[in-house]
Design a protein around this ligand. Structure first.
Ligand code: CP
Ligand code: NVA
Length: 315
């Protein structure tokens, strides 16, 4: 049985792990998926603080920790009112006395930084406006599963330079997957993410490309990825975004311009008829539901690396 050998203190950004930890995490997740080993967290507990809706992230944490003999406790936005009913620093200090880790989905990334500042336990980013690192773990796992390796592949992201794109760009930088993003003007990958991605890649030939034309951007792609045009919390911008992104739909025709054996990924939820043409998710090239399943395996691996005593006990 593969052990959770690398300890992770917090997982707020992909930058909280190095390349070898990231690879170990994906390998551990694959071992969990393929061999169903008996890992136990011996009653360790996780608080789930969700300010935004979720299907995959929440079930992967809840079910994942339960399957490893741990406990989760959920709070939604109504109950929490983070920073309104109670100061963040107090929530963080109190939860540190009760549970072993916190996974939070927040409107504002600073909430995670504030929780981290006052906690004595690990903080996990379950999605913020800036990053979605848990998603990137499942993305890499799915790519490795389908392509057999990571380094040297070409991934093209079509659409918004958002939280999902940012974590993915950073993860690709770490493992050496060339990252191309095609976004309309004004919706590009943020500059700090571009800088960080270039800084953290240890592969000299790694490249990050911004190509506005989607057809040109997918030309050498082994993986084509897209996400919604309007993320949670941006609903007031829907109209402007729908106009700006109108030429950025991933259609079967666009997909056919990528490499012949290219796969298609989407973090879900998807808006069929907007960022993807109806039918693309169901096409033979789509690995979207494997990707969704892999959220469970990768989040279990993450919890093990954060909470497990297995290595300390030498088991
Ligand atoms: N992809 C993803 O994070 O899904 P949920 O928003 O349903 O958790
Ligand atoms: N970019 C999307 C991802 C949802 C999982 C959002 O933030 O709403």
């Amino acid at each position: 049985m593969q052990q959770a050998n690398n300890k992770i203190s917090h997982f707020i950004s992909i930058q909280d792990v190095d390349e070898s930890t990231l690879i170990s995490l994906i390998d551990l997740a694959s071992d969990i998926k393929l061999n169903n080993p008996k890992h136990s967290l011996n009653g360790k507990s996780l608080a789930l603080l969700f300010e935004k809706p979720s299907l995959r992230t929440r079930i992967a944490f809840e079910l994942g920790i339960a399957q490893m003999s741990g406990i989760s406790v959920n709070f939604d936005e109504k109950e929490l009112q983070m920073g309104k009913r109670e100061a963040l620093r107090d929530i963080s200090k109190v939860l540190s006395r009760y549970v072993d880790a916190i996974a939070a989905r927040v409107q504002d990334h600073n909430t995670l930084m504030e929780l981290k500042k006052y906690s004595t336990i690990p903080i996990i980013n379950a999605l913020s406006d800036i990053e979605h690192p848990c998603q990137a773990l499942a993305d890499l796992m799915t790519i490795k599963e389908k392509k057999g390796s990571l380094q040297g592949l070409n991934l093209t992201f079509i659409g918004d330079g958002n939280n999902v794109a940012s974590s993915l760009a950073l993860a690709c930088a770490l493992v050496g997957i060339n990252f191309t993003i095609s976004s309309p003007k004004g919706y590009e990958l943020p500059d700090p993410i571009i800088k960080d991605a270039n800084r953290i890649s240890s592969y000299n030939d790694w490249s990050l490309n911004l190509i506005q034309d989607p057809s040109e951007a997918v030309e050498a792609a082994d993986i084509v990825y897209t996400d919604v045009w309007t993320s949670m919390g941006q609903e007031s911008e829907t109209k402007a975004r729908t106009t700006a992104f109108k030429n950025y739909t991933v259609t079967n025709s666009l997909l056919s311009k990528a490499k012949k054996n290219a796969i298609f990924l989407h973090d879900l939820p998807a808006h069929r008829g907007e960022e993807i043409e109806d039918g693309v998710i169901e096409s033979p090239q789509s690995a979207v539901f494997d990707q969704a399943e892999n959220r469970l395996h990768t989040q279990k691996a993450l919890l093990l690396m954060i909470l497990s005593d297995e290595q300390a006990k030498g088991s």
